[in-house]
Every structure is written in C-alpha cells, then in structure tokens.
Write a protein that binds this ligand. Structure first.
Ligand code: PLP
Length: 459
C-alpha cells in the first residue's frame, strides 16, 4: 500500500440508478463521516487506506450502505467472498452452529471439524492427504516455511534454504515477511534470514523470460547458487510461489513452473504454492496451480476458503503434515467450529453449486471485454493479466513508468459510479467479482470501469 489517503470531504457526484447500482447521495456520504472519523481516531493508521464506503449489508455480488447506495463489488472484499457475500447456505451453516450453540472448541474434537476435513481432503487431489487449519493466511505460509525446513532437516539437508520470488507477498508475520520481497516493508525487522533467497520473476514484459522461460529459470538459479555458494542438494529445502503474483495477477509461464518442479525434484526440495488469492475457484479451477499441470507438495490457502469467517490452511502429504509433534503447529482459534461450518458450506457451493463453472465461463467474457478496454487506452494500459474471475489492469506510461496516481483516481471514480475495485496502491487495478455474479452485472461493472478510466484519462 502507498501513503495515498482517500479524501473524506463529501462531494456531489452524478446520480446513478441502474439494475445493479445505485448512488443517490454525496460521496463519502455526509452521515457516514462520524463512523469514518471514529475509526480515524481510534484505529491504527495501517487500516485507513481504503475508499470511504461504510458497508452495511453485502449480498451476492452487491454491497449496500445504510443510506441507499448500492455498489457492484469487484473486490470480493479481498478475494474472500468467492461464493458470494452472505451466501444463504453459508449463513444457514453458521446459524446451525450459533443455535446449538457451539462457538469455540480450541483443539477438542467437534463433528463439524471432522466433516469439513473429510470433505476438504476428499475434494482435493490425492497428494493432499492431510490439512492443518489456521486463522490467517500468514499462518499457512509460515507453516510452509517451517514444514519445508523440517522436511529438509529430516532428509539430511545441511542448510535450511528456501527460495521465494521477486515481487512476492506471503503475509505479515516474521517468516512470511522475510519470504515476501518488498525490502522497504521489512526494514523494521533489522536483519534478513540468510537462508531465504529470491529469484527473478518472469514478468510478461521481460522479453528474455517470455522467449525462453526454462532458460530464464535456470539462469536465475545459477546466479543465485553462485552468489550464495550453495549446493542445492544439501542447502535448499524448498520453493514457495504465489500461483500468480498478487499485485499484478501475473501467472508464471507454464514451462518456467515445469523447470522449477524438475529442479526441485532433482534436488530433494519441496514446492509450496501460496493459493491465498487464487484458491477456491477464483481462476476458473478449484486451485490456480491446476493451470500449470503440476502437483505441488504443499498448498497454502485462506481468503476464499470460507467466503466469510477467518479460515486458512495448509495441505500436503501425511509424512510432511505430521512432522510437527502434538501441539507444535496450531493456534488458539485454529479450526473454530464456525469457520469449519462456513468452510464446509463454501466448498460445497463451489463444487456443487456451479460456481467453478461460472468462474471459468464468465472469466473468458471478462478477459475478452477487458482486452477491448485495454485497446481503447493503449497509451496508458500495458496489459491485462489474470485468469477466470481475477484480473489486473496494468497502467504505465509510454516509457513503462508506473501510473500509480491514475490508478488511485480510477478507483475513486469507479466508486462514485457504483463499482468497487481493488485498490492496490500500485500501478495495477485488480478486479475480482464474487463467483456468483451474472453476465449482465459483470458487463455493467465493466462499463462503469471503462467510463471511470475515460473520465480520469480525459477521453
Ligand atoms: C498471496 C498471499 N499470501 C498470503 C497472504 C496473507 O494472508 P492473510 O492476510 O490472511 O494473513 C495474502 C494476503 O493478502 C496474500 O495475498
């Protein structure tokens, strides 16, 4: 995130009244300022970078405030509400737990946890034999770091090397932060784990990466090995990669991932995919890694796992998941019964309720239309990346310089037109509607986006 702060002065905006959007007040809504200012006063600054909309209700693919405004949501909060906001099956599943009541069990057993884990493991590919449930995504990526290293020690590695990627993000806790790239965001730590390394990312605008992805991987690896005097068989335990790089929805070239998997297998390393954003149907498949045709050893998930309650997890083979002893790898709120109930209903909706199919089919229309939009603004939009119902529109000038301020303004303009998009604080605008959206609303949202872009560019 940048230091950008959205202005809290209400201004007159044109009224909007369509089938799916309604804007009838000044924005921000004058009556909402009391809430926004209370948060300003009592809450840490880190939470205050969002557009000034006060959510009152959210259902399906729409968000409503308490003053009569309705937005089409292209954020799914932040890749969470995959099965739709307030999905009735999830609400009912939560209600059943509330009515029992069974609100917390720590690590005592509960039927809902057993039901969820069985369904989760049976619905995922066979290499995922067990899962460990957590609360935040960062706990799942921390667990990957730990399990890759524990596995490395077990098979006789001499150093705990783990390789992540330039530009990546894996969470805010210490290990996850160190695996994340942004050097500025980890200055506070004061030192860097000398056994965490970063490889160059094969961005689509790097011609050498696209021309020969396998060679690009190999050359990055050789440099890393040489610079750090590593023997991969002894010193490297694993790779962690976001299925697509978060801020820009940039997937790796398929051959790059195959080369990485081959390297890992030759050198006794594990491969963990961070599926926080790409998991649970977002890209048109249950998990985004499935687009690459590979089998990761570990899968870190969160966000869309429940479409609601805090729920994250790591999945993998029994021999890896069982490396920590009893009580060594969980937290107080792991496997909360409400989270398990939401997770079970959510997965059921994705698998049986046609949402994966919707994500795939509408995803094609979504990307075709976004590419048309890109063609209307060739001087500002470099590319549209993503798959299924996630996209990032990249704004750079003719010399490749990031147009961050333009993105900030487009987010605000879209909000004024009744569309919420993901504000990245960078040169990308991310779009991720709930997977239950229909074609008409999707296209209406894209019309609003195009108008917002045109308004900000002055076309
Ligand atoms: C790719 C990725 N990994 C990990 C995380 C951390 O998840 P959480 O914020 O739930 O800790 C995020 C959150 O944005 C993410 O996008």
């Amino acid at each position: 995130m940048s230091n950008w702060r959205f202005n809290l002065t209400p201004i007159d905006v044109p009224k909007v009244e369509t089938k799916y959007r309604k804007i009838t007040t000044k924005l921000p809504v004058p009556e909402s300022l009391e809430i926004l200012e209370t948060l300003d006063h009592f809450e840490a600054k880190t939470m205050l970078g969002q557009m000034p909309v006060v959510w009152d209700r959210a259902e399906g693919f729409q968000v409503h405030d308490a003053w009569g405004n309705t937005w089409i949501d292209f954020t799914s909060t932040i890749f969470v509400a995959n099965a739709g906001h307030g999905n009735p099956k999830i609400v009912n599943a939560l209600r059943e737990q509330l009515d029992k009541p069974l609100l917390h069990t720590y690590n005592f057993a509960s039927k809902i946890r057993a039901d969820y884990l069985r369904y989760l493991i049976e619905s995922t590919p066979p290499q995922f034999e067990k899962a460990c449930l957590f609360v935040a995504g960062t706990e799942a990526t921390e667990a990957a770091l730990r399990l890759m290293r524990m596995h490395g020690w077990k098979i006789g590695k001499k150093q705990p090397g783990v390789i992540a990627f330039e530009g990546c993000f894996h969470g805010e806790t210490l290990g996850a932060r160190m695996m994340s790239y942004n050097p500025k965001a980890k200055e506070w730590i004061g030192y860097h784990d000398p056994h965490i390394y970063h490889l160059p990312f094969p961005y689509p605008w790097r011609m050498d990466a696209i021309a020969d992805p396998r060679a690009y991987f190999r050359s990055g690896m050789s440099k890393l090995i040489k610079q750090n005097q590593l023997n991969p068989k002894e010193d490297l335990c694993g790779f962690i990669l976001e299925t697509y790089q978060g801020w820009g929805a940039a997937f790796y070239p398929e051959e790059f991932v195959h080369e990485l998997m081959d390297f890992a297998h030759e050198n006794g390393m594990l491969v963990a995919f961070d599926e926080m954003q790409s998991g649970f149907g977002r890209t048109g498949k249950l998990f985004g890694y499935m687009h690459y045709g590979v089998e990761p050893d570990l899968l870190c998930c969160g966000k869309g796992a429940s479409s609601s309650m805090p729920l994250s997890m790591i999945l993998g083979k029994q021999e890896i998941l069982d490396l920590p002893e009893f009580g060594e790898m969980y937290s107080t709120h792991s496997a909360n019964p409400l989270a398990c109930a939401a997770g079970l209903a959510n997965l059921h909706e994705l698998m049986e309720g046609g949402l994966l199919e919707n994500s795939r089919l509408l995803g094609d229309l979504f990307h075709s239309r976004l590419n048309l939009i890109k063609n209307h603004f060739p001087e500002q939009i470099r590319c549209v990346l993503g798959k299924g119902l996630v996209a990032a529109v990249h704004f750079v000038d003719q010399d490749g310089r990031p147009l961050v301020d333009l993105c900030n303004r487009i987010c605000l303009e879209a909000m004024r037109r009744g569309l919420l998009v993901v504000h990245t604080g960078r040169e990308s605008i991310k779009l991720a509607p709930p997977l239950c959206i229909n074609e008409e609303a999707l296209m209406e949202g894209l019309d609003a986006l195009e108008q917002a872009i045109a308004e900000c560019i002055g076309k």
